[in-house]
Write a protein that binds this ligand. Structure first.
Ligand code: NAD
Ligand code: MG
Length: 393
């Protein structure tokens, strides 16, 4: 039977890679719905190729324009608009699998709705877990949803851990997990060299092709910080058991170290179609379009400790995780505001961690109980971080 798949964020980097993998296996997967913010030219091409039943365009004006174009061509797709439509889409009974690939906090309500509805959730939107980890994981446990990580590091860890190890973690002898970081475009830079870097430099990642927000996060090492928090919630490990190592080749996607000295890892080309295909087919395996790794051509692997003085965002993320409760949600909100301001050339690269540090110190950590409590903290932290950005201009 074909799996009916919803692709949330279909016009983004992960969304397009997902459709590339799905397009290779029409007998296994049927695209039930596509959703994006407003990129309707690309959406139109995706509709022609995959013939979905529903398309959600969150931006109302763009939705109206797409509807008009489709009516003109006699194409009968149901076009909906608004953020609520994303949540309803993720919960439709006929949907089996939801790819959650919207960027940032905007992706949380729909990803959580898919988890609550017991779907097979392919989670690319790491911000959802960072903001709402306890609420999200609780929803997964209660509904029996199958949560499969798309983030390459977490997918690698998932593949390197024993199946169902959380049922009885002690017997599996996990010492710690190691997340690899490419180091981003500014790897090796000292603090002084980061003072005048531009958004254009920050988004040109040496190894991975990604959307602008996560590219800046990779450049500041906040991406790795968010991933440490993501790993904590996904794998139920404390911060002390989650380490980070810089590995510029990005071939080893992450590792698990066991108490007997064994190290298990997943390796491959830096191409997100591998974790996407893994999660789509799990526990089976399918072709992803990614070429097989040529170890001889790889040559050498390098490793280094992260430079926490030049890249304080990683330490801020560990701090937020240690504080617990709403602190990771505050970290995420302040980071989203600071990254947007940096991309708009309103603040300098080195001001990103400053905005986050001050927001974290200003807003006390409180327990998170449900989506509303998360969204309240998110709004408060955003407004504080925004005021900091404005005071710096
Ligand atoms: P992107 O910027 O390329 O795409 C973002 C997608 O989200 C687009 O389809 C856009 O239309 C949609 N979107 C944005 N704002 C929205 C809103 N308010 N409502 C509805 N849709 C909205 O981003 P990306 O690089 O594909 O990343 C997507 C997510 O996956 C992020 O959370 C990122 O951290 C994570 N991720 C990405 C990669 C990667 O290689 N790109 C790797 C690991 C994890
Ligand atoms: Mg990653």
């Amino acid at each position: 039977m074909q799996q009916r798949v919803v692709v949330l964020g279909s016009t983004g980097s992960i969304g397009q890679s997902t459709l590339d993998v799905i397009g290779r296996h029409p007998e296994r997967y049927r695209v039930h719905a596509l959703a994006a913010l407003r990129q309707i030219d690309l959406l139109e091409a995706q509709i022609d190729r995959f013939n979905p039943e529903v398309v959600v365009v969150v931006d109302a004006a763009a939705a109206t324009e797409l509807k008009a174009r489709l009516v003109n061509r006699g194409c009968a797709v149901d076009v909906q608009t608004g953020a609520d439509a994303l949540v309803k889409l993720a919960q439709r009974p006929e949907v089996h699998t939801v790819m959650a690939a919207i960027v940032g906090a905007a992706g949380l309500p729909s990803a959580l709705a898919a988890a609550e509805a017991g779907k097979r959730v392919l989670l690319a939107n790491k911000e959802a877990l960072v903001m709402a980890g306890p609420v999200f994981m609780d929803a997964v446990r209660r509904s029996g949803a199958v949560l499969l990580p798309i983030d390459s590091e977490h997918n690698a860890i998932f593949q390197s851990l024993p199946a169902n190890y959380q049922v009885n973690p002690e017997v599996h002898g996990i010492s710690h997990i190691v997340l690899t970081a490419s180091g981003g475009p500014f790897r090796g830079y000292k603090r002084e060299q980061l003072a005048n870097v531009t958004p254009e430099q920050a988004v040109s990642h040496p190894k991975w092709s990604m959307g602008p927000k996560i590219s800046v996060d990779s450049a500041s090492l906040m991406n790795k910080g968010l991933e440490v928090i993501e790993a904590h919630f996904l794998f139920g490990l404390p911060a002390e058991q989650i380490k980070v190592v810089v590995h510029p080749q990005s071939t080893i996607h992450s590792l698990v170290q066991y108490v007997d000295g064994s190290v298990l890892a997943e390796l491959g080309e830096p191409d997100m179609r591998t974790p996407i295909a893994h999660a789509l087919a799990w526990p089976e395996r399918i072709q992803s379009g990614v070429s097989l790794l040529d170890l001889v051509a790889c040559g050498q692997f390098d490793f280094a400790a992260p430079d926490l003085e030049a890249f304080p965002c990683l330490s801020l993320a560990y701090e937020a995780l240690q504080r617990g409760g709403s602190a990771p949600a505050v970290l995420n909100a302040a980071n989203e505001v600071a990254v947007a301001a940096f991309l708009d050339q309103k603040i300098a690269f080195l001001e990103i961690p400053e905005v986050i540090r001050q927001t974290l110190s200003q807003i006390p950590a409180t327990p998170l109980t449900d989506l509303d409590s998360v969204l309240r903290v998110d709004a408060r932290a955003r407004s504080y971080a925004q005021s900091l950005v404005e005071s710096r201009q």
